[in-house]
Design a protein around this ligand. Structure first.
Ligand SMILES: Cc1ncc(COP(=O)(O)O)c(C=O)c1O
Length: 372
């Protein structure tokens, strides 16, 4: 068996190649490059998929987070609560909007924002909280403290890793005042370059996001505020439309693959398997196990051609650009411990049980070597 990548995007591409080529040709011939027909069609289809009134295409997920924050007028002097275990972009967007990220630790089972810790982090300056639906499952947003709503604190979801996930039947992207998502190529719904979106049920907020992303311009050459250039590219919208039609099926394949790993790893006590919170329909953006001496395990998997990875090896507050957000090691023990143990195993629509058996065989051999 050849190597097994962490993600195999080609498996998806071959299924949509013809549709994408036809769509590209249509855009090229029409010269419909900026804000083209495919963009509005995708926005409508994605809003329907999520179950909200509006979707605004953006250039990438980080911009989407920033525009969502700016749309609710988060800015200088404000605080935004963010989990310490996330991709740096969540905190980055807060800083770019002019506010301060206030980090909180995650729960030790699902590694998602811990609602109890959110309550302890709220101050008079708190304006928003960003639950991150990490690895493909929705954070327990309904458990966030009721005082958030009383204080007017806005919930903005970071749904970059959760397209198609639901919690008690409600879709990721429809649970906060606004939600941001990323269509980075490796995401469950991935473009062929950078892309992202904001979703919301609030039409006034949707209008503000759209304005912010298009030079503060409600109509050509009228600029009512200083904005940004952050638009979903028309060619990317062509790809996203083709993939969105298949997303539910692909997510189903991810769930089946996760069940295969669950079964294969059941008898491997050194491996801590991922936990799905009750009420969640997981879409397995990543299958993240925990294992002691992770780096050595990762090295051995990679040496055998298995593209395992780590998401993420350094919690936000220990990364040099963000070290000013906390007091160093020991600040967020659950995130810090997890960062040393988490290991993402290859998982993508189309991965075969034989490939998964091979991954687990290498894991078992590496563990046997330890005890030998
Ligand atoms: C949790 C999370 N938030 C935000 C982002 C930022 O998205 P992008 O890379 O499209 O800017 C990503 C993905 O890269 C992510 O995984």
């Amino acid at each position: 068996m050849n190597g097994i990548p962490l993600v195999d995007l080609l498996v998806q591409h071959v299924q949509i190649a013809e549709e994408v080529e036809d769509g590209f040709v249509e855009v090229l011939l029409a010269g419909d490059f900026i804000g083209g027909k495919a963009v509005s069609a995708f926005e409508q289809e994605y809003a329907e998929f999520v179950g909200v009134r509006s979707c605004i295409g953006m250039a990438n997920g980080t911009d989407a987070l920033e525009m969502a924050l700016r749309a609710v007028r988060v800015g200088r002097g404000d605080e935004v609560i963010v989990p310490a275990n996330t991709f740096i972009a969540t905190a980055e967007a807060v800083i770019r909007a002019g506010a301060r990220p206030v980090l909180v630790d995650v729960d030790d089972d699902a590694l998602l924002i811990d609602p109890a810790r959110v309550a302890a982090a709220v101050t008079a300056r708190t304006r928003a909280v960003i639950p991150v639906h990490l690895y493909g499952q929705v954070a327990p947003v309904e458990q966030l403290p009721p005082e958030l709503a009383e204080r007017g604190v806005v919930v903005i979801e970071d749904g970059a890793q959760s397209q198609g996930a639901t919690r008690f039947g409600r879709s990721a992207g429809s649970l906060g005042a606004l939600a941001a998502t990323s269509f980075y190529p490796g995401k469950n719904l991935g473009a062929y370059g950078d892309a992202g979106a904001v979703t919301t049920d609030d039409e006034a907020l949707a209008t503000r996001v759209r304005l912010l992303g298009s030079h503060g311009s409600p109509s050509k050459y009228l600029h009512t505020q200083v904005g940004f250039n952050s638009r979903l590219d028309t060619l990317q919208a062509v790809v996203l439309r083709a993939k969105l039609r298949r997303l539910a099926g692909w997510n189903e394949q991810r769930r089946a693959a996760a069940r295969v790993y669950d079964r294969l790893l059941e008898g491997v006590p050194a491996i801590r398997r991922p936990v799905t919170l009750p009420g969640n329909k997981h879409v397995w953006h990543l299958y993240v196990v925990r294992v002691p001496e992770r780096d050595e395990m990762l090295r051995q998997l990679n040496a055998e051609g298995i593209g395992a990875g780590v998401h993420y090896p350094v919690p936000v507050h220990l990364t040099p650009a963000m070290s000013w957000l906390a007091e160093g090691p020991g600040s967020f023990p659950v995130s810090e411990r997890a960062a040393g143990q988490i290991l993402s195993l290859p998982l993508f629509p189309g991965i075969t049980p034989a490939q998964q058996e091979r991954v687990v065989e290498v894991i078992r051999t590496a563990l046997d070597r330890r005890t030998a």
